[in-house]
Design a protein around this ligand. Structure first.
Ligand SMILES: Cc1cc2nc3c(=O)[nH]c(=O)nc-3n(C[C@H](O)[C@H](O)[C@H](O)COP(=O)(O)OP(=O)(O)OC[C@H]3O[C@@H](n4cnc5c(N)ncnc54)[C@H](O)[C@@H]3O)c2cc1C
Length: 492
């Protein structure tokens, strides 16, 4: 089939009845549920983009193997040009959602592509695992599927390993093997957009200890597999909020959910790893799934930061406060943050690494630097927006107020911005800013930037330890060489 349209994606959503729980009730029809309507349509727009003649060549290619047009997210990069082509898809998808939706289909499509192209690592443990992930890659590529993923165990007692938790199946683990497949039980903590996806893939960060064998798992399933329960967090919008009052929150909320597996059967051909602590701990580094998806996250993060920066600049301009040095200093800082991330992305692409199999990966150090910087740069952009918007962020009336002729005169007089900025435009802009920097929707976006791919503190510590392992501190060693062992000057 190759690239799907938005309508085909929606047909898929309508054809399924996953077990989704929202605010104490079982959702009877995911497509009809108001909370899911806007995100479903945002994702459908992305599928339609693949058919838009203006960008189709930029974001898709004809696959040599299937001879069908597929997303560039399924490309195994073999050159710098391939990285550019893949960046094209990330960019267009991120621009369509202002970078506010992190788990658009391109993200996990890259993860699975990378797992499949590096599956020799799995072959060494079990040739069936390698074959399964390669077949799964072809399946999602040729059917253009949308995946969610669930990596993290529930936050119960982080000081204990999985096998030491109160209950043997608090963390998702294997219960038994059957001729048909593996039966799994327990929970995974967070799967963004799960209710409206086609499939879920489960794997884990490294960190398994001896005794954790039953939890060392990687597999994929259709999202409506019997026994798989999706428990949504409280929604931040009801699907009925005004687009004028909440220009972002009304459209771009990504639902997050806990996945509970009640003795779910995973067919053997969907098992990618099982009962092997060593393989599970090596999955991230050996399958390229830290590096390749970080390219998507970096591009998306750049667009989100750019968007927040533009919003901060525009609110400052709309009320004439960007004539002040302190405001210019804050805004200049945000623009420099954007430029930093942009530069790091280019360095990651130019200084790419080539694996033994010829796969091109954006360079590790600049990508990890982006990962380290965004969790402070994005919250800082939000803080600057709050500081510049000040009390104005809290004085916005609603679209209903604007429609009331009795109020309209006051609104047009007292809510205008600087000359040339009418009240309705100023209020709309400030509402957009409040969605980002005040609403629960915006707080989630901030939390996402901190934690979307693990704990940034531990990630930076791993980065430092890798640096220390590889770097010989040549400059310091050289500087120390000016004295010989007798403490005599040997050069200047
Ligand atoms: C909005 C959002 C969307 C997400 N979407 C997804 C998704 O789609 N799929 C998915 O799989 N995951 C998703 N995640 C989950 C994300 O991967 C985790 O939040 C992240 O890995 C951090 O883990 P945690 O939340 O369990 O925090 P914890 O690991 O519990 O950390 C809590 C605190 O304790 C500290 N801490 C905990 N353990 C240690 C330790 N061993 N050493 C030192 N300090 C420690 C941390 O520094 C942190 O401050 C999402 C998260 C967010 C916020």
């Amino acid at each position: 089939m190759g690239i799907r349209t938005g309508a085909q994606y929606i047909e898929g959503v309508k054809s399924r009845n996953p077990e989704v729980w929202l605010a104490g009730r079982r959702v009877s029809n995911v497509y009809e549920e108001p909370v899911f309507q806007a995100p479903i349509h945002q994702i459908a727009k992305l599928y339609d983009l693949q058919h838009d003649p203006k960008v189709q060549e930029k974001i898709t290619h004809v696959c040599a193997e299937s001879e069908e047009r597929v997303s560039n997210a399924f490309l195994v990069p073999k050159s710098y040009q391939d990285l550019e082509a893949r960046r094209g898809t990330f960019e267009e998808f991120a621009k369509a959602t202002y970078g506010l939706m992190g788990r658009t289909p391109d993200f996990l499509n890259v993860v699975v592509t990378s797992m499949a192209s590096n599956s020799e690592f799995l072959d060494k443990y079990n040739p069936e695992w390698g074959r399964n992930i390669r077949n799964y890659y072809k399946y999602i590529r040729d059917n253009d599927l949308f995946l969610t993923h669930a990596i993290i165990n529930p936050q119960n007692d982080r000081s204990k390993a999985s096998h030491e938790q109160q209950d043997m199946y608090t963390h998702l683990g294997a219960v038994k093997e059957t001729p048909e497949g593996l039966v799994v039980r327990g929970a995974k903590m967070l799967a963004t957009l799960a209710p409206i996806t086609d499939e879920v893939i489960v794997y884990s960060f490294p960190g398994f200890k001896p005794g954790d064998e039953r939890y060392a798992l990687a597999f994929a399933l259709p999202i409506d597999t019997p026994g798989l329960r999706i428990i949504c967090r409280e929604a931040m919008q009801d699907g009925k909020r005004s687009v004028y009052d909440h220009p972002l929150a009304s459209r771009f909320e990504e639902m997050d959910a806990v996945l509970v597996f009640n003795d779910v059967l995973v067919p053997w051909d969907r098992v990618f790893l099982y009962n092997n602590v060593e393989a599970a701990n090596l999955l991230y580094p050996k399958a390229g799934i830290a590096q390749q998806p970080a390219h998507q996250s970096g591009v998306r993060g750049l667009i989100k930061l750019q968007f927040a920066t533009e919003v901060a600049c525009k609110i400052a301009d709309s009320i004439g406060v960007d004539v002040y040095l302190n405001v210019q200093n804050d805004l200049g800082e945000l623009v420099q943050s954007v430029e930093t991330i942009r530069a790091l992305l280019r360095v990651a692409e130019y200084e790419h690494e080539v694996t033994a199999s010829g796969e091109v990966m954006p360079a590790y150090a600049p990508l990890e630097t982006i990962r380290g910087l965004l969790p402070t740069m994005y919250p800082r952009a939000i803080e600057v927006m709050q500081i510049i918007g000040a009390g104005g962020l809290l004085m916005s009336p609603t679209d209903a107020d604007f429609e009331n002729p009795e109020l309209r005169g006051d609104l047009d007089r007292y809510y205008v911005g600087k000359e040339g900025v009418p009240s309705e435009d100023r209020v709309h802009l400030f509402k957009l800013a409040w969605d980002l920097c005040g609403e629960a929707f915006g707080q989630r976006l901030l939390q996402y930037e901190r934690y979307y791919t693990g704990d940034p503190i531990r990630k930076r510590a791993i980065f430092y330890n890798n640096f220390k392992r590889k770097d010989s501190f040549e400059l310091v060693e050289d500087a120390l060489k000016i004295y010989d062992t007798k403490n005599e000057l040997i050069n200047n």
